[in-house]
Design a protein around this ligand. Structure first.
Ligand code: FES
Length: 83
């Protein structure tokens, strides 16, 4: 799975790096380093609702913040890994 996190200016201001750091930590803690790749990308066209995160080539853009990143990981990332 490829998780792309927007580091465009709007998302950057909303804490892209906190989201990336936290995701990295969650991936490591769950021993998913061989299944999940994290990538920083530029504007995903969803600046109003940043931090914008995309999974693989899906159309859907997720809005993730430092506060919701744990839930995002548990409820979106993990289930998708077992699909
Ligand atoms: S800056 Fe992140 S979607 Fe535009």
């Amino acid at each position: 799975m490829l998780i792309s996190v927007c580091i465009g200016s709007a998302c950057h201001l909303k804490g892209s790096y906190d989201v990336i750091d936290k995701l990295q930590e969650l991936v490591e803690d769950n021993n998913l380093g061989n299944k999940v790749e994290l990538k920083a990308v530029f504007c995903l066209g969803n600046c109003q609702n940043g931090v914008s995160v995309k999974i693989n080539e899906e159309e859907h853009i997720y809005s993730v913040t430092k506060k919701t990143v744990n839930t995002f990981f548990e409820e979106v990332v993990k289930p998708k890994l077992t699909e």
